[in-house]
Design a protein around this ligand. Structure first.
Ligand code: MIG
Length: 562
């Protein structure tokens, strides 16, 4: 049990401590915030490159509860010309909330469902909770009981609490044997075409009060009490899931978890849990996600639109304008609340939603590059201004805007009723993404920008080279390996763009191409500095403030005069 007192008892000092046992201290020294993040993630691990499709749009709700409902949902995205890569299935797909089972009445043929969706470019992710139903004849319960896989009372009985399935037991993920067993269950879902796993309730949550401190996790002959295990329970469940998927599927696993700890970035993405459809929670999303990023968790998102309470049209539009920049882009809402698919509001909402989602798909190659380099540096995708402008006093306090990588600055409206936004631009030259207007300043400056409901003010740094995609409604809809599309903003700068198969671990053995782009003296040069992947771009298409330039790539290189 740990406590942090950050200026509560006194503004003169911070303190932290833990009950029982000794603390291990690690000190990081560096000149910049980026240095410190790099060192911290060298110790705790870095977010691995995800599969490309995971950067697309995810639609979720508790609870889509029949095969037909999921099919209709997918069709609505297609009919509304809205991009979508993933549909998440919440607890209602399970038979009586029993993990690694499917309710045959509601989902008579999950394999057929995922096949049909795959043809439309849509994948399924299913939820899994740790709480395992107490029921004789249920394979998870029986195997776990036979092998002592569950947490115990101090007297050595199996510990029970109540969660969704009713009386439930809790797997001991501190044991490598239990993690392997749990991981092996992913086969059941993979065999039915499931593309990723969503881990929920892994604090662990329980309905009849929290697990007592003295519940025992036997481990690999290393019994520990709940009070010692609690903080890493979700982390270890994510690890079990990641490794299970990796062994069986081979591709880069997609896991999303609610509970995590230092280092969970190695195994899983995370969402920020049960927020509400209120403006305060949209406002909070920005510092929350930026702080997670600074703590090594790069691949994170909020429930877009808010989980609890009823979302309004205006809030939905503003939330998607933040969500489209968050690394994990998922709309999710709770049972009993207003439905939150964009067409549940009105046509204007659908159009605004489409604009934001299309922008996201446009920028996926830029995001993918950020993940590619992030695996080496530990730097997050979504960044507080202070990460790049440390000496800027306004940047230190700025929670109403954020950077996506080093070159994009998003200043979304997060206040009800506002149709203008006070935007802070740090020193330097910026371009308005929507109008191309150039704004320069030797010092940071505040500007007032019109921000009608369909517009998230967005700025690009001078010298930026942004790799982009043509319009796609799902990742892989078009062949994007022929033409390298770049959006370029006058100035000096460079960018490294990566091309690989977007799903396997082969990039770790050098199976990727790296194109170094250099922008200087009105010229853009592109050169392939690592040639390891069989597909190569044939041409480069450069967009620069309304003008388009095309060039052939010869031996992976070209030079474009702008
Ligand atoms: O007790 O699975 O945070 O995303 O929809 C609620 C149902 C359990 C909590 C998760 C939420 C999910 C819900 N779960």
């Amino acid at each position: 049990k740990t406590n942090f007192d950050m200026g509560y008892s006194s503004t003169d000092y911070y303190s932290f401590g833990a009950a029982d046992g000794e603390l291990d201290y690690y000190f990081f020294y560096g000149d910049t915030i980026a240095d410190i993040i790099s060192q911290y993630t060298a110790l705790t691990g870095r977010c691995p490159l995800p599969q490309l499709w995971t950067l697309g749009y995810h639609q979720s709700r508790w609870g889509y509860s029949s095969q037909q409902e999921v099919l209709d949902l997918a069709q609505n995205f297609i009919d509304n010309d809205l991009p979508c890569d993933v549909i998440h299935m919440d607890i209602d797909y399970m038979d009586n909330y029993k993990v690694f089972t499917v309710d045959k009445n509601r989902f008579p043929d999950l394999t057929a469902l995922s096949d049909i969706l795959h043809q439309k470019g849509i994948r399924l992710v299913t939820i899994i909770d740790p709480g395992t139903k107490v029921e004789n004849g249920y394979h998870m319960y029986e195997e776990g009981i036979k092998n002592n896989y569950f947490a115990q009372t101090p007297d050595g009985e199996v510990y029970e609490n109540v969660v969704w399935p009713g009386d439930s037991v809790f797997p001991d993920y501190t044991s490598s044997i239990v993690r392997n067993w749990w991981g092996s269950q992913t086969k059941f879902l993979l065999d039915q075409g499931i593309s990723g796993i969503w881990n929920d309730m892994n604090e662990p949550a329980s309905f009849h009060g929290p697990l007592p401190d003295d519940v025992v996790f036997p481990g690999d002959d290393m019994p520990r009490q709940h009070k010692e295990v609690h903080n890493v329970f979700g982390h270890l469940m994510a690890k079990a899931t990641y490794e299970g998927l990796k062994q069986r599927d081979g591709r880069r696993p997609f896991v999303i978890t609610r509970a995590c700890y230092a280092g969970t970035q190695k195994y899983s993405t995370a969402w920020t849990g049960d927020n509400h459809s209120i403006w305060a929670h949209l406002q909070m999303a920005i510092p929350q996600l930026c702080n997670l990023g600074m703590s090594g968790m790069s691949f994170v998102g909020t429930d877009v639109g808010g989980f609890g309470s009823d979302c309004t049209k205006e809030l939905m539009c503003r939330w998607v304008e933040v969500g489209c920049f968050s690394p994990l882009f998922r709309n999710h809402s709770a049972i009993g609340t207003r439905y939150q698919e964009p067409w549940r509001f009105d046509q204007e909402t659908v159009d605004i939603y489409r604009k934001a989602a299309q922008l996201r798909y446009h920028l996926i190659p830029y995001y993918y590059d950020l993940f590619f380099t992030g695996e080496k540096t530990g730097l997050p995708i979504m960044r507080s201004l202070v990460l790049h402008y440390e000496k800027d006093e306004v940047a230190k306090e700025c929670n109403t805007e954020f950077l996506a990588g080093p070159n994009l600055l998003a200043a979304p409206v997060v206040t009800q009723g506002d149709r203008k936004k006070m935007v802070y631009l740090p020193a330097g030259t910026w371009y308005d993404y929507w109008t191309g207007e150039k704004i320069s300043g030797d010092q940071g400056q505040w500007i007032l920008r019109d921000a009608p409901l369909d517009t998230c003010p967005l700025y690009v740094k001078a010298g930026a080279v942004l790799p982009v995609w043509p319009k796609q409604n799902y990742v892989g809809e078009k062949d994007t390996n022929q033409v390298l599309m770049l959006e370029v903003y006058p100035g000096e700068g460079s960018w490294d763009h990566f091309q690989d198969d977007g799903e396997s671990f082969a990039y770790r053995d050098g199976v990727y191409n790296q194109y170094h782009c250099e922008l200087k003296d009105g010229k853009l040069t592109v050169s392939c500095v690592h040639d390891g992947y069989e597909k190569h771009y044939q041409r480069v298409q450069v967009h620069c403030l309304g003008k388009t330039f095309e060039a052939e790539l010869k031996d992976g290189a070209c030079c474009v005069e702008l």
